[in-house]
Design a protein around this ligand. Structure first.
Ligand code: FE2
Length: 226
């Protein structure tokens, strides 16, 4: 299976001045494309050739893992920013409020983690099987998928993400990046997780319980409405 470079969901100059067209062209057309090309050439003739990207990330090591994970990470990063005005869903706001106290406290925690990544890496907001939010610094190409976490949002803190626009001033880049977060994308990821968890719970329900009946009812309503 050939992996393809995602198309940017906005024009190259759409994020200026926070992220210049020059940065986007380098970051997407050179770096991101480079990971896609390298991955396709590395998996040729291997057991990974027919695997979905997420499965390669969960199972591969070395260069194949690094390039697969960087493709996935950059897909998330570019989808996760926008110039449109977006707001977190009620579900996301409520989880963030319960975990961090407020959106402002969450912003502070996220940006502190991002500032503290030593060298190249990523900061991820993920959700675990217990439906608890988790913030992690991840070095190089590392991924929450390796730890059984469901990814919600990420920020790229490799220097290639900001050096053209901010030189080595990572904190300034992070402040500007925060203002571009696509909360709709993050909220949709959370909704996908919630839906998948409900489906899994339903499938694993050994007998008829109140919770199973309720989920069954929700699923039937969804079927009727769609
Ligand atoms: Fe990057």
């Amino acid at each position: 299976m050939e992996h393809l470079l995602m198309e940017l969901p906005y024009d190259y100059d759409a994020l200026e001045p926070a992220m210049s067209s020059e940065t986007l062209r380098y970051h997407h057309d050179k770096h991101h494309q480079g990971y896609v090309n390298k991955l396709n050439s590395l998996i040729k003739g291997t057991e990974y050739e027919s695997m979905a990207l997420e499965d390669i990330i969960k199972q591969a090591d070395g260069a194949i893992f690094n390039n697969a994970s960087q493709v996935f990470n950059h897909d998330y990063f570019f989808k996760g920013i926008t110039r449109e005005k977006t707001v977190p869903s009620t579900e996301l706001q409520s989880l963030i409020g319960a975990t961090y106290g407020s959106m402002e406290a969450f912003r502070k925690a996220f940006l502190e983690k991002a500032t503290g990544v030593f060298g190249s890496g990523w900061v991820w907001l993920s959700i675990d099987k217990e439906k608890k939010l988790q913030l992690h610094k991840m070095c190089n190409a590392n991924s929450p998928l390796r730890f059984g976490l469901f990814p919600l949002m990420t920020c790229d803190v490799w220097e290639h993400a900001y050096y053209i626009d901010y030189r080595n001033n990572r904190p300034e880049y992070l402040e500007k990046w925060w203002d571009m977060v696509n909360w709709q994308f993050v909220s949709e990821n959370l909704a996908e997780f919630t839906h998948a968890t409900a489906q899994k719970y339903l499938q694993e329900c050994p007998e008829s319980t109140m919770v199973c009946d309720y989920l069954d009812e929700l699923q039937n309503n969804e079927r009727i409405e769609s």
